[in-house]
Design a protein around this ligand. Structure first.
Ligand SMILES: Cc1ncc(COP(=O)(O)O)c(C=O)c1O
Length: 391
């Protein structure tokens, strides 16, 4: 390994959400933070060096994104995801959550229904409800220890006010890297029923060994024409604080509607450092990412093995992508609130409680595994000790 993921990076006192907001979120600062989705690894040196070079220039005035910025995105998705895109298709957005909200505004009307498939990343809900649109839940269903799309209930839930579906591809929190056939099935339904697909692919690069990511819009021209894709280097390279992401739309009519919102809000400027970091990440990040995924896979394997041998009451759902693991804690016999309280006060571990991801999530906890192995080991030992007291 050329990169060292083993050394804990001190993060306290840096206005870091994951560490410095523990007291507000968990009622105590004394928990191992395994919640918000960023990584406890240093940003790789090729990104830091390019940022340093830009800082050294010492003038940070108005700026625009150069051709190399777009080229780096085009090359990255082409090489990693076999997805051929054009520069004009890419619109800058300061974040994917803002992009989801803009899509609601651009493509639907107040009172329209938008489908989400919980348990899912909870800002999907507010991106709908905050704008007077209605949530149409199509719950994922469990099948042999994994989570799958319920196509029957999806079709049944569609009515003439249903305009859009927001998918998490790969899926946070259940960790699915949806298979091509699964996405094809979904695409067929959406085209037949005239439902626009908003595919949030922020986790697309974080695919664990043995699995693949399929870009929804790459499934065919007709499907691409009906799809908005969101990607970012933020999860992959731990750059969430640099607020730089892309919305990729090949259909010129849809793109015009989306761009109108971004332009009217004057948020196209972005920031110099986000541009610099994004170019460095997408042009130099391949090897680092490969090693990161191997490291994360070891963390996943460790947790699965540990639960199997030492805490059989907790059943982890093996993730195919993302650095989250979805822990089935239903055998502990507690509701969501009790589970959160148990893990915080008895185990000293701060995770995301399942019901915050919507219906179907209660009884589960989402654990962030993007941390040095010694942190993961400590957390699992603390959880084991706590569970032992209630056996
Ligand atoms: C599915 C999904 N979308 C979006 C985001 C956040 O996007 P952003 O920080 O760019 O708004 C996350 C963060 O965890 C996520 O899991």
């Amino acid at each position: 390994m050329d990169w060292n993921f083993d050394e804990p990076a001190p993060r306290e006192g840096t206005n870091c959400t994951k560490y410095d907001l523990r007291k507000e979120v968990f009622g105590t600062g004394d928990v191992i933070p395994m919640w918000v989705a960023d990584m406890d690894f240093n940003t790789p040196d090729f990104i830091v060096n390019s940022l340093r070079e830009r800082v050294n220039h010492e003038i940070y005035g108005y700026t625009f994104r150069p051709a190399g910025y777009y080229r780096s995105i085009i090359d990255w998705v082409g090489l990693r995801h076999s997805w051929n895109i054009e520069k004009e298709w890419i619109t800058f957005c300061p974040g994917i959550v803002p992009a989801l909200n803009f899509c609601t505004l651009a493509f639907t009307e107040p009172g329209d229904n938008i489908i989400v498939q919980p348990p899912v990343y909870f800002p999907f809900f507010s991106a709908v409800l905050a704008h007077g649109r209605k949530l149409n839940y199509n719950l994922l269903k469990e099948s042999n220890g994994q989570w799958v799309i319920d196509y029957e209930s999806l079709v049944a839930s569609i009515d003439d006010r249903t305009k859009m579906i927001i998918i998490s591809n790969p899926h946070n929190p259940v960790g699915r890297a949806w298979k091509k056939e699964e996405l094809m099935h979904l695409a067929d339904i959406c085209i037949e029923k005239n439902i626009l697909v908003l595919s949030d692919e922020i986790h697309c690069d974080l695919v664990l060994p043995g699995f693949n990511h399929t870009v929804f819009a790459s499934l065919g021209e007709k499907i691409a024409n009906n799809t908005i894709t969101c990607i970012a280097p933020s999860k992959t390279f731990n750059l969430a604080g640099l607020s730089t992401s892309s919305v990729i739309i090949s259909n010129p009519v849809l793109r015009k509607s989306f761009k109108r919102i971004v332009d009217n809000l004057h948020i196209d400027g972005g920031n110099i450092f986000g541009t610099t970091a994004s170019i460095a990440a997408y042009t130099q990040g391949h090897q680092w990412l490969g090693e990161l995924m191997e490291y994360l896979d070891e963390n996943v394997g460790f947790v699965i093995d540990y639960c199997d041998k030492m805490i059989p009451e907790i059943i982890p759902v093996r993730p195919e992508a993302t650095y989250m693991i979805w822990l089935d804690c239903r055998q502990l016999g507690m509701n969501g609130k009790e589970l959160q309280n148990f893990f915080v006060t008895q185990a000293g571990v701060g995770m995301n409680e399942g019901s915050t991801f919507g219906p179907g999530g209660e009884g589960f906890m989402r654990m962030n595994l993007a941390a040095p192995q010694k942190t993961i080991i400590k957390a699992m030992q603390q959880i084991e000790k706590a569970v032992t007291t209630i056996r």
